[in-house]
Each structure stands twice: as C-alpha cells, then as structure tokens.
Design a protein around this ligand. Structure first.
Ligand SMILES: C[S@@+](CC[C@H](N)C(=O)[O-])C[C@H]1O[C@@H](n2cnc3c(N)ncnc32)[C@H](O)[C@@H]1O
Length: 213
C-alpha cells in the first residue's frame, strides 16, 4: 500500500510541514515505531485548521489511539471548548492517558473508555464537530450514529477514505478485498447523504468532510 501522491510531490509538500511541539514529535515517532495508525501530518494540520475556523465548543472523536489527534484538536480549542474522545483498546487507553497528562490539556480532553458502538447511544448532548477514525468495519454504523449526534451546521471529518490508494485501484490484494469493499460502500453512502454537504479531499489517506445542512 502506498501514498496517494507521486513520491516527488509527496516529498515536496512534506517539506512545508513544520511541527515544533516535542510531545507531538515524540508521539509521531512512537506511533511509527509501534505501528499504531495515527493521522498523517497533512491531515492533522487540516484538522487543526478546521478546528481554528469552526471554534467548536463540543468535539467528539471516535478512535483516540494514543491521543495524538485529541491533543492536536485540544490545543486549538477556545476557552470553553472540549473534546470527548472514545477508545476501546486497553493498551491504547494507558498510552493516551500518559500523553494527555504530558500535554497539560487534561481539562480539555475527556477520554471515554469503551466501544463507541455502545458509548454513542449514551451521549445525550449534540456536537459541533465529529472526527471519525475507528475500525473500518464499524465505520458505517458509527457514521449513522454520528449524524444523529451532529448539530445542524456541524462538521464531520472522516479519515482513510482513499484507503492507501486501494479504494480507487482495480488491483486489490486478496487480504484487502473486504476492507476495500467496506470503504467503497462507505464513500458511496457518505457522499449521497441528503443532509450532508460532502467532499473527499486527496489529503493524507483521503479525508471526508461533511457539513450537516
Ligand atoms: C486510526 S486509530 C485512531 C488514531 C487517532 N485518531 C489519531 O489520529 O491520533 C483507531 C483507534 O480507534 C480504536 N477503535 C476502533 N474501533 C473502535 C470502536 N468501535 N470504539 C472505540 N474505539 C475504537 C482503535 O482501538 C484505535 O486505537
């Protein structure tokens, strides 16, 4: 599985990505060394820009992993903003807690431990911004529930819609056939939602952005 950009373009654009926060750099290194999937830097920068633009008070993240994106969201929230983030992996919860403590943003990040399929129905208040980044087999159900929890005018941000280039490829390795089918079906459902204004951007691994209308 490769990049969705040709290598020279990828390298050129990456030369403009700057990050000064040692914790963010340490987390990127850790994720890379331990094979933990986190947002690619360009996608994370887009996410941060949208957070700055929208100034959401309530953000929901589905799929915390080590809290890399949670911290990147939280550091851009205004005074009253908070991100609620859901994670089901016990190992990742331990790492997320450590990183959140190191970031000093404990007051802005509420880590919900559990399976989002069970946790989402327990949430009663709506959200201004939802970031969906969980298991692809759960995507469609989590997306449907997210739409209920998203305020009118709110934004849903979804990662991996190009699925490492495989979503648009005609040559799919046998082991990837099922996940590619899931992503393709998801993309069709995402872009045909009557109450969402959507686009899929060729950023990172393919970012879906939907505005609830
Ligand atoms: C791609 S990683 C999240 C990366 C993170 N958003 C970032 O960019 O830093 C996906 C995470 O979602 C978690 N996850 C997957 N399905 C889930 C579900 N149904 N409920 C809660 N967590 C889930 C996995 O355990 C994994 O840690």
């Amino acid at each position: 599985m490769g990049s969705i950009l040709i290598p020279s373009q990828k390298k050129y654009l990456e030369s403009f990505l700057h990050e000064d926060d040692p914790l963010i750099i340490e987390m990127e290194k850790y994720a890379n060394e331990h094979n933990i999937p986190i947002l690619l830097r360009d996608s994370a920068e887009l996410l941060e820009q949208l957070i700055c633009l929208v100034k959401p008070k309530r953000v929901l993240e589905i799929g915390t992993a080590i809290a890399y994106s949670s911290i990147r969201i939280a550091r851009n929230l205004k005074k009253k903003g908070i991100v609620h983030t859901i994670e089901k992996s016990k190992d990742n919860i331990v790492l997320a807690k450590e990183n959140i403590a190191k970031s000093g943003l404990e007051g802005k990040i509420n880590l919900i431990e559990g399976n989002a399929l069970e946790e989402l129905p327990r949430l009663d208040k709506k959200f201004d911004f939802i970031f969906l980044d969980a298991d692809k087999t759960d995507y469609k159900r989590l997306f449907d529930y997210s739409l209920i929890l998203l305020k009118k005018g709110g934004i849903i941000f979804v990662d991996n819609l190009l699925w490492h280039g495989l979503a648009a490829s005609s040559r799919i390795p046998k082991v990837k056939k099922n996940s590619v089918k899931i992503i393709r079906e998801f993309n069709a459902a995402f872009t045909s939602q009557p109450n969402l204004k959507t686009t899929i951007l060729p950023v990172g691994d393919g970012i879906g952005i939907g505005i609830k209308i």
